[in-house]
Design a protein around this ligand. Structure first.
Ligand code: HSE
Length: 398
């Protein structure tokens, strides 16, 4: 019987062991044969765990067991996760992962290594949690030139924005709940500063455009500066605030960035709330497709990783490695991309009209106003902000 190993026993690792056990027969049918949990690599003791007999602390035990065909890396981060993924591939084992940092930073290298060694490297759970997203993008939309991918790619920040907007909860309080629910990263800075969404945007861009972008080159802003006043003013104008990762093909190259946006209430993404994520894909033949589902959490993410394990087992003779593109290209400067902007400012309507002709300010409970600009790039916008005592500015999703 084929064995698989789980590296890491945190939120996703625990959920993965449960899902693999719960759906054992269905997964065996998907894999084409029975699969048995061989080992779980841990750093601590879990004497009460139902899997206590499977726990090992030394990766070499897994590496040297010839019956282990697939390793599921759900440790997170780069250090040991990178080292063990490499060693597993070199030992002839397929690797599946939900680790967006590792895939975004080293995925192309690991994919090349996997191809060289005739094993699969799959990472469906790295973007969008439980949403079937990367396979549809790469396979079901294979007949399309992908022109744009954009969406809500971080569950923690969407949970926080939703709680602040719909239930008036304070930012820190909503973040604490997201952490308790197991949505947030070990260090939630990666969530709230847009770093997690940036890594996922990089993976989507790599798969969509065939160019392997470094997450470091993708400008990212998070939600720490989004104030309750922004949510109030946005709502008064018929919009909601969402953190979006965006990547688009242009004639000059690929443009990618992560920023809070004002999304019109009529747009499908405006109704994606709480931990839900959604990704819109614009293809040359299909038009726009939106895939939506739970973007974080133990079982949703495990759902994606478990299916990758089954796929890797089924395709042992025909390894599966998505194309993460060729490294080397830099994205175009996002600041040069024109859009309409929402501005929160502290000034009277005359100052708004003088600096932004045609803008119609609405006033909120803090005495500040919000208004939408004409199409501008970031530099053009920033030159005008001082004249209105601008305190925040976010792009408007067209
Ligand atoms: N911290 C991530 C999120 C987990 O909140 O979306 C899933 O990648």
């Amino acid at each position: 019987m084929i064995k698989y190993a789980i590296l890491g026993f945190g939120v996703v690792g625990g959920g993965l062991a449960e899902v693999m056990a719960d759906q054992r027969e269905k997964l065996a049918a998907a894999a084409g044969e029975e699969m048995e949990l061989g080992y779980i690599l841990v750093r601590h003791d879990y004497p009460d765990s139902p899997w206590r007999d499977k726990l090992v602390r030394d990766f070499a035990v897994i590496e040297h067991d010839p019956d282990v065909a697939v390793v599921a890396e759900v440790i997170g981060g780069v250090g040991p996760a990178y080292e063990y993924s490499r060693r597993a591939i070199l030992a002839g084992k397929s690797v599946v992962s939900s680790n967006k940092q590792l895939v975004a930073e080293h995925g192309a290298e690991l994919a090349a290594l996997a191809r060289e060694h005739g094993v699969s490297y799959l990472f469906e759970g790295s973007v969008g949690g439980g949403i079937p997203l990367l396979r549809p993008l790469c396979r079901c939309l294979a007949a399309n030139r992908i022109d744009e991918v954009y969406g809500i790619l971080n569950g923690t920040t969407n949970y926080i924005l939703t709680a602040m907007d719909q239930r008036g909860r304070a930012y820190a309080d909503a973040l604490r709940t997201a952490q308790e629910l197991g949505y947030a990263e070990a260090d939630p800075t990666a969530d709230v500063e847009g770093i997690d969404a940036c890594r996922k945007t990089a993976i989507l861009a790599d798969l969509s455009f065939g160019r392997n972008l470094s997450p470091e080159d993708i400008p990212s802003r998070g939600i720490t500066a989004v104030a309750p006043a922004d949510l109030e003013l946005a709502r008064a104008m018929g919009y909601t605030v969402k953190l979006l990762g965006r990547a688009a093909r242009t004639e000059e190259g690929v443009c990618a960035f992560v920023e809070p946006h004002l999304v019109p209430e009529s747009h499908i993404l405006a109704s994606v709330n709480g931990v839900m994520n959604a990704c819109a894909i614009r293809g040359s033949a299909v038009g726009e497709v939106v895939l939506c589902g739970p973007g974080a959490g133990a079982h949703p993410t495990a759902s994606a990783v478990a299916a990758d394990i089954a796929d890797a087992v089924r395709h042992r003779a025909d390894p599966q490695v998505p194309d993460l593109g060729t490294p080397g290209d830099k994205p175009l400067p996002a600041d040069e991309l024109c859009s309409r902007w929402y501005v929160r400012a502290k000034c009277g309507p005359e100052a708004v009209s003088a600096a932004f002709p045609g803008a119609e300010p609405v006033y909120g409970s803090t005495g500040e106003c919000g208004f939408l600009t004409a199409m501008l790039d970031r530099r053009q916008l920033e030159k005008k902000l001082a004249a209105v005592d601008g305190r925040a500015a976010y792009r408007v999703l067209a």
